[in-house]
Design a protein around this ligand. Structure first.
Ligand code: HEM
Length: 481
């Protein structure tokens, strides 16, 4: 008798638990359905469709077919893609706590697992405050003359008309500036070692992750270890000298949590490499596009030149340094930079992962699914930016509609380096157009993804100081500025 009662109890308990579990699990699904879209083939989903063509063609054709929100399956993960400003704002800003950052483990191993952009919550907020502080307007205004020196020396090294890869050269420039903002003025041997090993890490970052010796990924892992050691030496020297610098390293070294604990050297190294990584290719890519767009739009180039040459003249032909307030008053150049950021949309999209079942406009985004706000689609939507393929800086005479222009992302993970990036672009453009002329080699107009969008082949080009005579440089007339 007792046996049967226990059996009935267990049966009823199991049944109610099962039903309530089902209800709990199913509730959002009963109300909401999955977004429209195709999940493609078993296992591979639509990975091949995405990677065998320009990703924007894939996104745009999906958006045309399914609208602002659609599902797909790529790289082994079910995904929901979001192509409207409201949906991106929902994921990145208003409901950001329901979506966590997500990156492949192989990439995390290279940068370092404590880098702020892998985290959500208190640790992320603490690190973000430090990074933002070290890159605030107040902090970066002191960098203008140093950025000028870096721009001048980069441009001088391009002079003479040999063909250079603009993107690779811009990478060197953005690395110099990144190092300045992050660890300040370094002894030459530290800088050289950082550069050498960071370069190996950078080469392996997008390679196939394997531990086989000699592969780019394995080399990158070893370089990452050496970077930790170099940074550890730099940190030790700083501590010994008792210097309190205002750069990012200084901010990280001085930070204490509520228990009075400092960050470990490993956490500091992960964040220094992380910020450097976030800063370099993005800024170099934007700068490369600016060179291309100015080259392709001679009238705009003349307008930018007029603005910058007036400043150059005021500064006695460059004898006086560019001042912070001058960098704040470059309206034509600023609009060219904004339009370049819109057209190029360096970060075309980002990834998050739903930490719970989430409902958006009657659609279900299941827990564990990836979510991708598509910045480029929004930047290229004619509803928000008429004639979106036209390079037209004058569109920025009027502020874009809310949440439609997000080259630096939005919300808790938005770019803390955006002001530094814009300052780099202003200073480089000032020196470029006021002292140099250039010619782009080849007429290919496409985009190459590496993974950030850059002009084909990194924009091969020749540069000359303006006073160099044409005969010496043997350039065809039609392409001379
Ligand atoms: C034109 C240049 C740049 C562009 C287009 C750009 C764009 C972005 C975007 C879109 C995000 C957000 C990504 C997401 O939501 O998943 C981001 C994050 C970030 N960026 Fe930038 N960025 C640029 C330059 C820089 C520079 C110069 C620095 C630092 C010196 C920097 C540091 C960071 C960091 C640390 C994050 C992660 C923030 C967090 O997770 O809280 N970026 N960037």
């Amino acid at each position: 008798m007792v046996g049967s009662l226990v059996f009935v109890f267990i049966f009823l308990f199991s049944l109610t638990s099962y039903l309530s579990l089902r209800r709990g699990k199913r509730e959002p699904q009963r109300r909401a359905k999955l977004p429209p879209g195709s999940m493609g083939w078993p296992f591979i989903g639509e990975t091949l469709q995405l990677y065998s063509q320009d990703p924007n063609v894939f996104f745009a054709s999906k958006q045309k077919r399914y609208g602002e929100i659609f599902k797909t399956h790529i790289l082994g993960c079910p995904c929901v893609m979001l192509a409207s400003p409201e949906a991106a704002h929902f994921v990145l800003v208003t409901q950001s706590r329901l979506f966590k950052p997500t990156y492949p483990k192989s990439k995390e191993r290279l940068i370092g697992p404590s880098a702020l952009f892998y985290h959500q919550g208190d640790y992320h907020l603490r690190l973000r405050k430090l990074v933002k502080g070290s890159l605030s307007l107040n902090a970066i205004r002191n960098l203008v003359s140093h950025i000028e020196t870096a721009a001048d020396s980069a441009l001088d090294s391009w002079d003479g008309g040999r063909v250079i890869n603009t993107f690779q050269e811009m990478k060197k420039f953005s690395f110099e500036v990144g190092i300045l903002a992050i660890v300040g003025h370094l002894k030459d041997h530290y800088k050289e070692e950082l550069k050498k090993n960071y370069c190996i890490l950078d080469k392996g970052y997008n390679s196939f992750p394997t531990n086989i010796p000699g592969t780019p990924y394995k080399k990158a892992l070893l370089a990452r270890k050496r970077l930790s050691q170099i940074l550890s030496d730099i940190i030790r020297e700083r501590k010994e000298n008792g210097l309190v610098e205002k750069d990012l390293l200084g901010c990280l070294l001085n930070s204490k949590n509520e228990k009075g604990e400092a960050l470990t050297d490993d956490k500091i190294a992960d964040n220094i490499i992380g910020v450097l990584f976030a800063a370099q290719d993005t800024t170099a890519s934007a700068l490369t596009w600016i060179v291309k767009y100015l080259h392709d739009n001679p009238k705009l180039l003349e307008a930018v030149k007029a603005e910058q040459k007036a400043i150059h003249k005021l500064n006695e032909g460059g004898k006086q340094p560019l001042s912070w307030s001058q960098t704040r008053k470059m309206p034509v150049t600023t609009k060219v930079i904004l339009e370049s950021l819109r057209m190029a949309s360096i970060i075309s999209f980002t990834f998050r992962e739903a930490v719970a079942d989430v409902e958006y406009k009657g659609y279900l985004i299941p827990k564990g699914w990836k979510v991708m706000p598509l910045f480029r689609n929004i930047h290229h939507n004619p509803e928000f930016f008429p004639d979106p393929q036209k390079f037209d800086p004058s569109r920025f005479e009027v502020a874009p509609k809310p949440n439609t222009f997000t080259p630096f992302g939005s919300g808790v993970h938005s770019c803390p380096g955006n002001e530094l990036a814009k300052l780099e672009m202003l200073v480089m453009t000032h020196h470029l157009v006021s002292k140099f002329r250039w010619e782009v080699i080849g007429s290919e107009n496409g985009i190459q993804y590496g993974p950030f969008p850059i002009p084909q082949q990194g924009l091969p080009a020749r540069f000359w100081k303006e006073f160099t005579s044409r005969k010496e440089s043997r350039v065809p007339t039609h392409s001379r500025f």
